[in-house]
Design a protein around this ligand. Structure first.
Ligand SMILES: NC(=O)c1ccc[n+]([C@@H]2O[C@H](COP(=O)([O-])OP(=O)(O)OC[C@H]3O[C@@H](n4cnc5c(N)ncnc54)[C@H](O)[C@@H]3O)[C@@H](O)[C@H]2O)c1
Ligand SMILES: [Zn+2]
Length: 383
């Protein structure tokens, strides 16, 4: 039979968008777009001189490893598939990863690729920071949270049994490649949890982005690719700006503002044994509470708080503290947070929508009232 006369037409991938994290000699590019994981041209210029190793997890590997293999080609020296989940972001997993690096004889010229969510990125980044005192690594984030937050900024860590992210290092990636096509397979809750971190950027420093998110909430909920690409791009641009200004989260620096909703959120995660909320869900509740407290301080108005709650709700995120939790316990947990100083709780609050500050300018009674009122609303909603 004669070969077909017409070569099937393939739609070329959309041109990717890129931006730079300006950190002097540690500067790097973030590339965002569709179809990037399988594109050798996107990755090749960043692979360095030596061997390449891929670290991923057992959920991501069957979905995306083949695409990446094709793009890396013969340089690929090994693939390590980690078990899935935060409970494996620990020293035992890290030790096994070092064993793999020893077996593979990865030299200082080598490069590690982290293909997966924030867990894979954080472990791989810490291994890269410490292996032979530091090797190159590239972030290939496949969750929305990782694309807009954890893959950018160079924080790497594993957990200690008694504290999250307690063992870590600052080690910037050499390149970040966010293929938004991977977000299609993300479970709905994981996707929504990532949107919470997207919303955070608008609230703390980009009013225009916040308004854009309001306008496009429905399309974002439906994961429309053009909107997603724009949302990831603008989130990364915001994070890159903050990281460039304050790489190591210095005292009084702007990087602390990225913790909007997080002191509340961490308390909620801890109080519920990390079983009830995904991190982004707890942050969503925390942002609603931060807005509420900001309103009590006269900084934003009730309509803006209601609008934010509405937006979080439309994106599939929770906004209230479960009625079963106790406010005093939550406040105690918040006192132990890294952001607190001398037993005084400090919180990122909203001077207005699009402008945040780190402050302890509120009374314990105001904080208590915000938590109590939220629990009352949650209880009412359930009844
Ligand atoms: N380094 C930082 O600056 C920073 C910032 C924020 C969060 N973090 C860390 O990130 C971690 C959370 O990251 P996460 O939310 O990405 O969690 P995760 O890495 O556990 O991924 C969530 C789940 O989604 C799966 N998954 C990943 N990509 C997928 C895809 N495309 N399709 C289907 N399933 C997919 C994973 O296997 C996992 O089950 C936490 O450990 C947190 O401490 C780090
Ligand atoms: Zn977060």
């Amino acid at each position: 039979m004669a070969p077909p006369a017409v070569i099937p037409f393939q739609i070329p991938p959309m041109p990717a968008r890129s931006l730079t994290v300006e950190l002097g000699e540690r500067s790097y590019t973030i590339c965002i777009g569709r179809g990037l994981l399988g594109d050798p041209q996107a990755l090749a210029p960043h692979l360095g001189r030596g061997a390449v190793g891929v670290v991923t997890d057992a959920t991501v590997a069957p979905l995306y490893l083949d695409r990446l293999r094709g793009a890396v080609g013969e340089r690929l020296a090994f693939v390590e598939v980690l078990p899935v989940g935060e409970e494996h972001k620990n020293l035992a997993t890290l030790a096994r990863l070092y064993d793999v690096l020893i077996d593979a004889r990865l030299e200082r010229s080598g490069t590690l690729l982290a293909l997966g969510g924030g867990v894979v990125g954080d472990i791989t980044g810490f291994a890269a920071a410490t292996w032979q005192r530091g090797v190159r690594f590239i972030q290939l984030p496949t969750t929305l949270l990782a694309q807009v937050d954890s893959s950018v900024g160079g924080k790497t860590a594993v957990n200690h049994p008694r504290g999250k992210n307690m063992i870590g290092a600052f080690h910037q990636p050499a390149f970040v490649l966010a293929d938004i096509d991977t977000l299609r397979t993300l479970p709905a809750r994981e996707y929504a949890a990532g949107l919470a971190e997207v919303l955070k950027y608008g609230l703390i420093g980009d009013r225009e982005f916040h308004d854009w998110l309001q306008r496009h909430a429905a399309g974002l909920g439906a994961r429309e690719p053009e909107l997603l690409e724009e949302a990831v791009y603008r989130s990364c641009a915001n994070k890159a700006r903050v990281v460039a200004a304050d790489e190591r989260e210095g005292e009084g620096g702007v990087r602390a503002l990225l913790n909007l909703g997080h002191t509340f959120g961490h308390a909620l995660e801890t109080a519920t044994g990390y079983r009830h909320f995904l991190h982004g869900e707890a942050v969503a509740v925390g942002m609603a509470l931060a807005a509420e407290l900001s309103q009590r301080l006269g900084w934003i108005d009730a309509a803006e708080v209601a609008e934010l709650r509405g937006l979080l709700g439309r994106l599939g995120l929770p906004t209230e503290v479960p009625a079963s939790l106790d406010s005093a316990t939550l406040i105690e947990l918040m006192r132990g947070d890294k952001k607190s100083a001398g037993g005084r709780i400090r919180l990122v609050l909203l001077r207005r929508i699009g402008e945040a500050c780190l402050t302890s300018d509120f009374t314990p009674a105001q904080l208590q009232a915000v938590l109590d009122d939220s629990r009352a609303r949650a209880g009412g909603a359930r009844a």
